[in-house]
Structure formats: C-alpha cells, structure tokens
Design a protein around this ligand. Structure first.
Ligand code: F3S
Length: 69
C-alpha cells in the first residue's frame, strides 16, 4: 500500500464516452450501459496512470476524488 494512494471520479454528465480512460486504466474505469465511463475501482492504479487518464480525457470529465480513498 502506498501512502499517497489517489482515487478518481468521473462526472457522467460531462463524459462523452470516448473510452480513452478505459484504455489507459482498464482496472479503474468501466464503460456503463449508458455509454458513460465509471470509476468502478477508483483507486486501482498508480497515481501516474490515473493522472494520464485525467489528462487524456477530451472533456475533463475525470477528476481526483479525495473521499474515495
Ligand atoms: Fe468519458 Fe473522458 Fe473517459 S469522455 S470515457 S471520462 S476519457
């Protein structure tokens, strides 16, 4: 366990379903039936990978979620 474990969340109102986050962090994000991504295992990757997903999202739908830790 790393002490600086970080978690993310997806704003489903903003997500356009581009699926990039699920390709970068398949252990974290999962596409839902509504075509939006959800952080089903919100803390399940390194902070570097999570940050990559945050930066890759074209509509900035992913953000850090301190409460999910
Ligand atoms: Fe949606 Fe952004 Fe992922 S648009 S599918 S949250 S990369």
């Amino acid at each position: 366990m790393t002490p600086d474990k970080k978690c993310v969340k997806v704003d489903s109102n903003t997500c356009i379903g581009c699926t990039l986050c699920t390709q970068i962090c398949p252990n974290v994000f999962e596409m839902q039936n509504d075509g939006k991504s959800k952080a089903v295992n919100a803390c399940n990757d390194t902070s570097e990978k999570l940050e990559q997903a945050i930066e890759a999202c074209p509509v900035d739908a992913i953000s850090w979620d301190d409460k999910a830790a």
